[in-house]
Write a protein that binds this ligand. Structure first.
Ligand code: HEC
Ligand code: HEC
Ligand code: HEC
Ligand code: HEC
Ligand code: HEC
Ligand code: HEC
Length: 496
């Protein structure tokens, strides 16, 4: 019976062979389980495409190492005299060894190519990004699942196409895996804005400025925090989206900044890009206008030390996918949809308070929210509690559900930590520049005119609002005189 070269018969090579064979078998079984869909565990991928193949390769390495050590040992004892490997095709042992070697190498090349491809796919999958580091990524993952981008893979925004970003992402990704394993990450996770790939290489693969068009209707009903002061109020407004192609509609409007021939550059003096004292606009004709903050502390030298940035999608749509809504938004919307019963006394304030209590973790929140809401409602209207038991129960369920989508106490995540730049109600957003306080040398200001970005077409008490398709002047739902003209909304509106 033909045998293999003697060198291979040593404990290390044998252990290596055993390890490689067992891991190979395991990979095959796991691979079949994955393909046939026997399990949906996100960890299966890590084992099948990363850990076990790693062990298999280690095992394979052990075989030549064992052979090498064995030869050294034999040399020392004088049983081996030849310096280099001699292949003798007349020797059946050598023929068998060569055949096994060739077949195994070919198999390995095929398997490892497939494996690498799978490992690559897997490391880019939503499963790997969102589920494996469960606690750490939970906020981003849960918010993502409820966002308009729930079917867009994490990697399409965070990595994009091309080899250079792939490598960058894998390097920083390896650090992230390390930081999760050793709990080196911060809570909440800091936003990687400085490292995000430019939007033109990610967002614009799917949305490109030429195809934005027309207007988008925003329709809101607001329930007062203090129902004795004001009544429910409705606003319907048309947001002037605008686009880059005149055949499809007006080219001015909000996406003016993104119109391919216009550009806006700015300096931000903080790492969340919330303070923007210097803005430069270049129009279609190439004319530039520089707007400077009229803030008394403005200092051009200090400002220009920061990085000058060209405005892109992310400067407004910074939360396209991980949107943590403030109670102001969620509670009002749930009441408008009657998921929370708006006839319960003081329910908006009670719901907001229930959501913003300090809870140590999600379980505690789920336990405490019902008792908190019942206790508060009881103090307002004890008699109602029995009569409206079902409505109280469904309202509580909705409040709990709002909590699970928007609050992540383990990671200290909520709307408060991540400013959202799309509007101007709770965060400065558009008003970082459009605040009437950015002025050019010839006296032009970046406009704060309420009708530039939207027109209000319906407004007033919900039972009988006014309508005017030509648009009307804003009336603030609560009586604050004309303060809304001077003070940024976000100074008073904190989100609750
Ligand atoms: C539609 C594009 C998009 C998709 C899809 C997306 N992200 Fe993000 N992600 C962003 C943007 C943009 C930011 C930066 C937010 C900012 O600047 O405020 C971000 C930030 C983050 C952050 C930093 C913390 C934070 O909330 O700012 C983490 C972590 C993250 N994403 C993880 C994920 C994971 C995991 C997935 C997939 C489950 C995913 N992302 C899918 C666009 C996306
Ligand atoms: C892989 C394709 C893809 C990428 C990349 C992508 N999006 Fe989207 N985006 C979509 C799809 C699909 C929708 C949902 C369209 C719909 O529901 O009509 C959407 C919807 C949106 C909306 C509308 C949301 C709403 O409330 O209706 C905005 C805004 C948006 N994306 C911004 C972005 C930004 C900013 C980026 C880059 C960070 C981005 N998208 C990257 C595919 C993508
Ligand atoms: C001086 C502080 C202040 C400023 C500035 C301000 N608001 Fe208000 N706003 C209030 C108060 C107080 C209420 C009443 C809250 C309640 O009892 O319901 C309110 C209520 C509202 C409501 C009804 C929803 C609610 O919470 O009851 C809307 C919508 C609103 N404000 C929008 C705006 C917008 C948009 C701006 C900026 C253009 C703005 N506000 C500026 C203080 C302010
Ligand atoms: C100046 C701020 C700003 C910039 C820059 C910007 N957008 Fe928008 N975009 C908005 C606003 C505001 C809306 C409407 C509000 C909303 O949908 O919540 C909007 C709406 C959208 C929509 C939804 C349109 C619809 O009809 O529902 C998409 C998609 C979108 N933007 C993609 C992008 C992409 C991609 C870029 C980068 C090329 C970009 N935007 C740049 C402010 C901006
Ligand atoms: C970094 C500063 C900056 C931010 C942030 C910003 N803008 Fe602008 N915006 C500008 C500048 C500069 C102009 C052009 C002023 C001029 O005419 O020279 C402009 C012009 C506009 C115009 C007028 C376009 C036209 O047709 O003339 C609209 C509408 C607009 N912005 C909407 C928005 C909205 C909505 C947001 C928030 C989602 C926003 N902008 C955020 C700087 C900014
Ligand atoms: C630079 C553009 C811009 C200007 C100027 C502007 N807004 Fe807005 N406003 C927006 C955008 C964008 C949104 C929608 C954000 C969203 O999609 O949730 C918005 C939303 C609102 C809302 C709905 C509030 C909410 O969060 O439910 C009110 C009310 C409002 N604006 C009032 C005003 C008033 C009053 C002024 C004038 C003082 C004004 N806006 C000036 C861009 C602008």
């Amino acid at each position: 019976m033909p045998r293999l070269p003697k060198n291979l018969y040593n404990p290390i090579s044998l252990i290596g062979t055993g390890v490689a064979l067992v891991s190979f078998g395991t990979v095959v079984v796991f691979f079949l389980m994955d393909v046939l869909g026997y399990t949906t565990s996100p960890y299966l991928g890590i084992f099948t495409y990363m850990l076990i193949p790693g062990i298999m390769i280690l095992g394979l390495f052990l075989i030549p190492i064992g052979a090498f050590l064995e030869r050294r040992r034999q040399k020392k004892h004088g049983t081996e005299r030849r310096k280099y490997l001699v292949l003798d095709f007349n020797d059946p042992a050598h023929r068998t060894a060569l055949m096994i070697f060739t077949v195994v190498t070919m198999l390995l090349v095929v398997v490892s190519a497939a494996g690498t491809y799978q490992a690559y796919n897997y490391s880019e999958s939503v499963e790997f990004c969102g589920e494996v580091c469960h606690v750490v990524m939970e906020p981003e993952y849960v918010a993502y699942q409820h966002s308009p981008h729930a079917r867009v893979r994490c990697a399409e925004c965070h990595i994009g196409e091309g080899a250079d970003w792939f490598v960058k992402a894998k390097i920083s990704g390896s650090y992230q895996v390390y930081s999760v394993l050793f709990e080196k990450y911060s809570r909440p996770i800091e936003t990687p804005i400085a490292n995000l790939r430019p939007a033109r290489e990610t967002c614009q693969k799917c949305h490109w400025p030429n195809v934005f068009t027309g207007v988008k209707e925003l329709s809101k009903t607001y329930y007062p925090i203090d129902p004795t002061e004001t009544e429910p109020w409705t606003i319907v407004m048309n947001l002037k989206i605008g686009g880059g192609q005149s055949e499809l509609g007006p080219t001015n409007g909000i996406h003016w900044h993104m119109n391919t021939a216009n550009s806006v550059h700015y300096y931000a003096t903080d790492n969340k890009r919330q303070e923007i004292p210097w803005v430069e606009a270049t129009d279609l004709a190439g004319k530039t206008t520089i707007y400077r903050s009229t803030d008394s502390e403005y200092d051009e030298k200090a400002v220009s030390k920061f990085e000058k940035r060209r405005m892109d999608c992310i400067d407004c749509h910074n939360r396209p996918s991980h949107i943590y809504y403030p109670p102001f938004r969620t509670v009002n919307d749930a009441m408008a949809l009657n998921h929370i019963d708006s006839t319960l006394p003081n329910i908006r304030a009670v719901a907001s308070a229930a959501l913003t209590q300090e809870y140590r973790n999600k379980n505690e929140a789920m336990r405490m929210i019902p008792s908190f809401v019942r206790r508060e409602l009881k103090t307002h209207a004890p008699a109602l509690m029995a009569a409206k038991k079902n409505d109280v129960d469904r309202s509580i369920r909705e409040i709990q559900s709002i909590y699970t989508r928007n609050f992540f106490p383990e990671m200290r995540v909520s709307w408060e930590h991540y400013p959202n730049n799309i509007g101007h109600t709770f965060d400065m957003g558009c008003f970082r520049c459009h605040d009437n306080k950015h002025v050019s040398d010839d006296g032009k200001v970046i406009t704060n005119d309420c009708n530039v970005c939207h027109t209000i077409v319906v407004q007033g008490p919900t039972r009988d609002p006014k309508q005017d398709m030509r648009g009307m002047e804003f009336v603030h739902p609560a009586d604050i005189d004309e303060a809304w003209r001077e003070v940024p909304c976000a100074n008073c509106h904190l989100g609750v």
